[in-house]
Design a protein around this ligand. Structure first.
Ligand code: ASP
Length: 439
């Protein structure tokens, strides 16, 4: 049994949090590979070290003095190191960082130092070997992640090590310079490491006890999802449910390694399991609800649209030519609707409309903005009748007007379009009917 454990920023924000993390690691000797984030917020008013590094580097890049900013960052790390009573040469590390900032080593290099230093501290504190990701995680010249080269190198390096700490968030370009993943990318590193060592489990330790059925900012104390498939999670993550970085699923998914989301502050909670497939019935008919505001619908009408070959292609062409990707495309006999992100669309609106006119000569084009999309996701919907019926009667009772419905052919999700102002009410109505009333 082999586990990879990734700790998020709030799990490593202070010496106190580091102690909890170490207890978790040492409690189970199969927790052999540790992926730390940079120190996150200690309380809601605090600043993440990664953000402090970005701010300091901005000054360095502009040729301004960044000494004060760097000192504050150093204080964060010395607070942790002193609190843990470990010996680490922070003066030397920060001398080097200062020099590299002055020589404009790059914004990615700057941002990566939070993970790098937390990794150094973690390795010292646990006695595990330290592996610099710049030597084992590779990006191509064009900035894309080189998964196979990374997997081979990382796999063989870690194969020879009983335990190791591999900082999250970064790797290197072919010329050896540091490159980071997008924000929150330590989750991706954890997944890459889990794949490389063929782990049995990828544990992702954070500050919540797993995924919630719905956004806790809308539903007070929502139920936790015990088990969710990669596909369900992808649907929910795409629609705004965040806990894990969207791209963190891919490396482990290839190998069918389950991810267990756990709470560093409540290690006794079982958390959520993300698995490839499962016969375990979900607690409720639906697994989760997520959604986003800020969409626009472009409704196109033309008599006999249904018999005009190539109509849909021409409409989509207008969006493609303007470099706009579309989200959904419900259609009727003589109508077709394209749902797009409002902020992306608005600035190119007139150019898209005139191209649709030119290519398809429709009877009318009508644009509606300020729409929200809600995804109701669940593997359990396939085998239960009347799910959509229940959703729509709940929405009707809540006085929510449904603007659009789109059910994927996999029967895994139903997407509902409502006005932005109905968004929260709609989510509450759906949550109530499935989770509280357990229908
Ligand atoms: N420290 C980085 C960030 O704040 C990466 C991470 O925490 O996953 O985005």
């Amino acid at each position: 049994m082999k586990k990879v454990v990734k700790f998020g920023g709030s799990s490593l924000a202070s010496a106190k949090q580091f102690k909890k993390a170490k207890d978790i690691i040492t409690e189970d000797e199969t927790r052999r590979y540790v992926v730390p984030s940079a120190p996150g917020k200690r309380d809601s008013k605090d600043v993440k070290v990664t953000d402090m590094l970005y701010a300091a580097y901005e000054k360095a890049d502009a040729g301004e003095d960044f000494g004060e900013e760097l000192d504050k960052i150093k204080e964060r790390f010395s607070g942790i190191a002193n609190g843990l009573g470990i010996n680490i040469d922070l003066d030397g590390e920060f001398r080097k960082i200062k020099e590299d900032f002055t020589n404009k080593a790059g914004v990615d290099y700057a941002a990566s130092r939070g993970e790098y230093l937390n990794g150094r501290i973690m390795a010292e504190y646990t006695g595990f070997s330290f592996i610099d990701p710049a030597k084992v995680i590779f990006f191509r010249e064009d900035g894309s992640f080189d998964s196979e080269r990374t997997n081979n190198t990382l796999g063989s390096v870690l194969d020879g090590l009983e335990n190791a700490v591999i900082p999250g968030f970064y790797g290197a370009l072919p010329d050896g310079s540091v490159k980071t993943f997008s924000r929150g990318g330590s989750d991706i590193t954890g997944s890459i490491v889990a794949r490389a060592v063929k782990a049995d489990v990828y544990e992702n330790w954070t500050d919540v006890s797993g995924f919630s059925v719905a956004d806790p900012r809308i539903i007070t104390d929502p139920e936790t999802i015990d088990m969710i498939t990669y596909t369900e999670l992808r649907e929910l993550a795409y629609m705004g449910a965040s806990v894990l970085h969207e791209d963190a699923i891919f490396p482990v998914r290839r190998e069918g390694i389950p991810i267990n989301i756990r709470n560093t502050n409540k290690p006794e909670d079982k958390g959520s399991w993300i698995v490839q497939s499962t016969g375990v019935k979900p607690k409720f008919t639906i697994t989760g609800i997520a959604g986003k505001k800020g969409f626009c619908s472009v409704n196109i009408e033309k008599d006999k649209m249904n018999s005009e070959v190539g109509f849909g292609r021409k409409v989509l062409q207008a969006f493609e030519d303007n470099d706009i990707s579309f989200e959904h495309m419900p259609s009727g006999i003589d109508t077709m609707t394209i749902i797009v992100h409002q902020d992306e669309f608005i600035e190119k609106e007139q150019s898209v409309v005139s191209e649709i006119n030119r290519l398809t000569h429709p009877d009318s084009i009508d644009i509606e903005s300020d729409l929200a999309l809600i995804a109701v996701v669940g593997r359990g919907m396939k085998s239960s009748k009347g799910t959509s019926g229940r959703i729509f009667s709940a929405l009707a009772h809540a006085n929510v007007n449904v603007k659009m419905i789109d059910q994927g052919s996999s029967e895994l999700n139903i997407i509902i379009g409502v006005k932005n102002e109905d968004f929260e009410n709609a989510i509450r109505a759906i949550y109530n009917i499935f989770v509280l009333a357990r229908l």
